[in-house]
Design a protein around this ligand. Structure first.
Ligand code: GCW
Length: 761
């Protein structure tokens, strides 16, 4: 179709080539890089037009969204004159959605699936109604994301089944309309386990031929598929070690099958032995990616990209960047970043990624920030970029959390331009999401930027990592769960000290995988930054940090500061009452109330665990002393039975009370001053059931609620995931008043109770 330049002032959209055909006068526009765009006011025959000229079709789309973004953020477009192109060709998501059977009723969700069901898949096939996927794909396009792995990297065999092709075609079709190409997760053992061959040895000609014909078949159905992502020899998946081949050997036949179609193979560097010997002081999971991959540099085909998690362990709240980034100069690389919050609980992540991307690897003793490596600039690699791990969700807010959306938005923006400041990105998101009221914008941006460090403070400071149920849900606190097993997420805390000795001199040697300048910084206690101290060194609790504090006091203080910051968060949010629409105001307030309660639990559990283990008291006398707290086990119990909890630190006094009758109660008399009070009731909310609680003061019912939240624990007994709290304010108390909590169990949920805290209001 021939287009004419409009005679009235208009927004003119098109690829630069198209626009030039109808309006050669616009040759003034300089062509942007691939997928880029120019937005510019130009005068044609006396009429001013706003021209969005894309280098290609995606460029037009991204330019249009850029204009909408500016308008939404209240920026003037009067003199707009912009030329932009993305930093790297790969700006992908890896969705960890599962195609197969949905969660059975009564089975608790994983921390990720807390957020709702996939927008792609339902009961093993593509959803019949894909309208929500349309919205999802549009959202990805609006922040420049151009590829998406359609299911979890623990590849489900059915994705390669010929009967499944129509499902893939439907999904790919929806994504395609927004410029997003699909990526398939594949399992390395497929030639045998799906193809029925005797082997999946990459050196076997039949196995290679199987990859070729399977890939051809897939491309016949989805000609623009972006490629495959593969997790091999990792957490139980099969890989080249089965035939004593290298990862480069493994990648070759698959890459060659993809090559004629222009497809890429994303080979994950998340390869490690999860059966390490905890008693071996030289064993170190952090070494694994570098040990497996650095010697293979230059031996991968040019359509293979090594997909490297930001850190050497696994999305922990604080890790150094992976030393592998500095060790591959002849191999394409991409950085894998978490968007969804598995280990990262409540964290808002843009500042965290920026920290990793800006980190200077000092390769060859010159400036080599991670962002220059993964965008291919540093070593002139043709492909590379950013892979964000997330899920899709049918929840109306996309993730059951309004604030968590900043992560997805931020991922797209940072992948587009890793030089953007975290504050700019978050401010954009805030304006687009909550409008341009200056107080609202300032408050939310500030909350977002503080979030990562706050979370680190109340979970695992000093490089302790995330102290969660490492072999379970990666969510609730359980300080020792990472120890004494083969998974290698160890902190080696004992009675005298804490930390993994990763030094070259006396430890695992991990530090030696960095360039000499970086290694020297980490190796020395003098220069190792405090926030990674116990990731790199084993130190006594009395070791003095650069701040002058001892390690143990820092652990205590940090947890108190983190929990206080979570309360402050809530206060900040409350200050926006009336400035944000009611529904979002309430929903966000509820999630921040939950977070403040969770932070308090983390504080008490981690500080309490270290107090008991080290025997060193808190200089400020807080840890282990809770004067306004009445332990449930110390109350007058009717039906309730005290029981020690599975991880001692997850209940105050190491004990909860549980009800095996139809109804139980726990009561005490108020012994403090008269006046207005706040009562905090800490109880346990299992995934199953909806036990009911009632709070009575002096014979009057003052509150009642149900324990009906869905937290990701499988246990029908109290643990660090199910512990939660109810705050009741405005309670008038006189000395001697009787306070009583009544619990009514529901099925296996036994209305377990930890304590009641009585505070002046
Ligand atoms: O953190 C771990 C997750 C696994 C995940 C793995 C990975 C998809 O707990 O669920 O597997 O990382 O990145 O492969």
């Amino acid at each position: 179709m021939e287009h004419q330049a409009p005679s009235e002032s208009a927004v003119v959209l098109g690829t630069l080539d198209e626009i030039l055909k109808s309006a050669p006068q616009l040759a003034l526009i300089e062509k942007p890089g691939a997928e880029g765009y120019c937005i510019k006011w130009l005068e044609l025959r006396g009429v001013r037009h706003l021209v969005i000229a894309g280098a290609d079709e995606r460029g037009v789309l991204y330019g249009s969204f850029a204009l909408l973004r500016k308008i939404g953020a209240g920026e003037s477009i009067r003199d707009l004159d912009q030329r932009q192109a993305p930093s790297a060709p790969v700006r992908w998501l890896n969705l960890w959605d599962v195609v197969g059977v949905p969660r059975a009723p009564g089975v608790p969700p994983s921390p990720m699936r807390l957020f709702g069901d996939s927008v792609l898949w339902e009961n093993g096939s593509a959803r019949r109604d894909l309208s929500r996927l349309h919205d999802f794909a549009r959202m990805l396009a609006s922040v420049g994301i151009n590829g998406c792995a359609v299911s979890i990297v623990n590849a489900e065999p059915r994705l390669l089944d010929p009967n499944f092709l129509p499902e893939l075609k439907r999904i790919a079709g929806v994504f395609r309309s927004w410029g997003v190409r699909i990526v398939l997760p594949v399992d390395f053992s497929s030639p045998k386990h799906i193809g029925g061959l005797a082997t999946f040895d990459p050196f076997d000609a039949k196995a290679a031929a199987w990859w070729k014909s399977k890939t051809d078949e897939l491309y016949a159905a989805v000609p623009d598929m972006a490629g495959f992502v593969m997790k091999a020899d990792s957490e139980g998946t099969l890989g080249p070690s089965a035939y004593e081949r290298t990862h480069a050997d493994a990648a070759r036949p698959i890459a060659r099958a993809l090559k004629p179609h222009g497809g890429l193979l994303f080979y994950r560097a998340f390869v490690y032995n999860h059966r390490l010997d905890w008693n071996d002081m030289k064993a170190d999971r952090a070494r694994a990616a570098y040990d497996y991959f650095h010697a293979l540099d230059g031996r991968f085909d040019d359509n293979v990209v090594i997909q490297i998690k930001n850190g050497p362990i696994d999305f922990q709240v604080r890790e150094p960047v992976s030393p592998l980034f500095g060790a591959l100069e002849k191999t394409n690389q991409a950085i894998e970043l978490p968007i969804i919050q598995e280990y990262m609980g409540g964290g808002r992540l843009v500042p965290w990624w920026k920290d990793a991307l800006d980190f200077d690897m000092r390769v060859g003793d010159s400036d080599t920030p991670v962002k220059a490596i993964v965008t291919g600039r540093a070593f002139r690699q043709p492909v590379g970029g950013f892979v964000g791990v997330t899920i899709s969700s049918m929840d109306p807010t996309w993730t059951r959390s309004h604030f968590a959306q900043a992560n997805l938005y931020g991922f797209g923006r940072v992948a587009w331009d890793p030089d953007l400041g975290a504050e700019n990105v978050i401010e954009e998101w805030t304006r687009l999401t909550f409008g341009n009221d200056p107080t609202t914008v300032r408050t939310i941006v500030d909350m977002n930027l503080r979030s990562w460090r706050m979370y680190e403070k109340y979970t695992g400071p000093l490089g302790l990592q995330t102290l969660t149920e490492i072999t379970g849900n990666h969510y609730g606190v359980a300080v020792e769960a990472s120890e004494n097993n083969g998974w290698g997420q160890w902190h080696r805390a004992d009675a005298d000290g804490v930390g993994m000795n990763r030094t070259v001199a006396t430890g695992t040697g991990f530090i030696g995988q960095f360039s000499p300048a970086v290694a020297a910084m980490y190796e020395s206690l003098e220069t190792c930054p405090d926030d990674l101290l116990v990731f790199m060194h084993h130190v006594p609790y009395t070791h003095k940090l650069h701040s002058g504090k001892t390690v143990i006091q820092h652990i205590y203080d940090s947890h108190y500061e983190g929990a206080e910051a979570a309360e402050e968060y809530l206060r900040d949010w409350r200050s926006l009452a009336g400035r944000v629409d009611d529904q979002r105001y309430r929903e966000i307030r509820a999630s921040l109330e939950y977070q403040a309660g969770a932070a308090e639990l983390w504080r008490d559990a981690v500080a309490g665990w270290f107090f008991k283990t080290s025997g060193i008291p808190d200089a400020h006398g807080r840890v282990g002393r809770y004067p306004s707290r009445i332990e449930a086990e110390a109350m007058k119990l009717d039906g309730y039975m005290p029981q020690r909890v599975i991880h001692f630190e997850t209940a105050s006094g190491e004990t909860a009370v549980r009800c095996s009758a139809a109804r139980c109660s726990a009561g005490f008399r108020h012994e403090g001053a008269p006046g207005w009070h706040i009562l905090k009731v800490r109880y346990f909310d299992y995934a199953q059931g909806a036990a009911r609680f009632r709070l009575w003061v002096g014979g009057q019912l003052v509150d009642e609620w149900a324990a009906d939240d869905t937290l990701p624990t499988r246990r029908a007994e109290p643990d660090g995931t199910s512990s939660t709290r109810r705050m009741i304010s405005g309670i008038a108390l006189r000395p001697g008043d009787k306070i009583r909590v009544e619990g009514v169990p529901d099925g296996t949920e036994d209305a377990a109770l930890d304590y009641v805290e009585v505070l002046m209001d």
